[in-house]
Unconditional design. Structure first.
Length: 237
């Protein structure tokens, strides 16, 4: 079955932008005035593309936020599924188009979600006749968390869970029973955390999209979830 990395990341980004910044780019989180809700601008991002949508891109988001010093900026976020030699050049294109359209500073934050450990890009520059054109942006490599899945699942940040689920989805690709076991483990942990119902539903949706199962195993999982919910409800009575 084809794994779906696009929809879950987009859903999580739109619902928990602050958690995303706090988990992956903590150095910027306290610079943003979170009392002023971010404004999502996904439709504007689609209209501002300078080139076609690349197949390697699995999720992106554009939001306007205010910094604590009162300035409004655009946050351009991308999650990159695989190596793309044109990534940095494309980030430059997006920044130029967005700045030209909105006359606002643009900050690009990129999560590299490919399976490799070494490939990375964080800048693009042209130097000619003593003049320079280019960009530098912030990058996080998802593979650095590959050995930390158990620790991630102890955290309460949504994107610790999304990261763990993404890594486990990669590890269990093509392994039906292993994926079922991992998915069932994640569901039990969601209930054990004692989170409110809305967060459990949102995270379960992310896990469900990241880790599709064959019909028989999906039915088994749903039966076990119903039994688990009844057990939880009895414990609350």
């Amino acid at each position: 079955m084809a794994d779906n990395f696009d929809s879950p990341w987009k859903r999580a980004l739109k619902h928990d932008l602050r958690d995303f910044i706090a988990f992956f780019f903590r150095q910027y989180c306290e610079l943003i005035d979170w009392r002023r809700p971010p404004r999502m601008r996904d439709k504007e991002l689609e209209q501002s593309r300078c080139d076609g949508r690349p197949h390697a891109l699995i999720a992106d988001l554009l939001a306007s936020v205010f910094l604590c010093d009162g300035r409004e900026i655009l946050l351009h976020i991308e999650v990159q599924a695989q190596r793309d030699p044109k990534l940095a050049e494309r980030i430059l294109d997006y920044n130029y188009c967005l700045y030209k359209d909105y006359q606002l500073p643009v900050a690009s934050l990129v999560v590299l979600a490919d399976a490799g450990k070494r490939w990375s890009q964080d800048s693009f520059h042209n130097d000619v006749l003593g003049m320079q054109m280019g960009i530098r942006f912030s990058v996080v490599k998802l593979s650095v968390y590959a050995e930390l899945v158990d620790e991630l699942l102890l955290e309460r940040n949504v994107f610790a869970w999304v990261t763990a689920a993404h890594l486990l989805a990669r590890q269990t690709h093509g392994k039906k029973e292993a994926r079922y076991a991992v998915k069932w483990r994640l569901v039990r942990l969601l209930y054990d955390r004692g989170w409110h119902k809305r967060r459990i539903i949102d995270l379960f949706t992310v896990i469900h999209w990241l880790m599709p199962l064959p019909v028989d195993l999906d039915r088994r999982l749903r039966r076990n979830i119903r039994l688990l919910e009844r057990k939880v409800q009895r414990g609350m009575a």
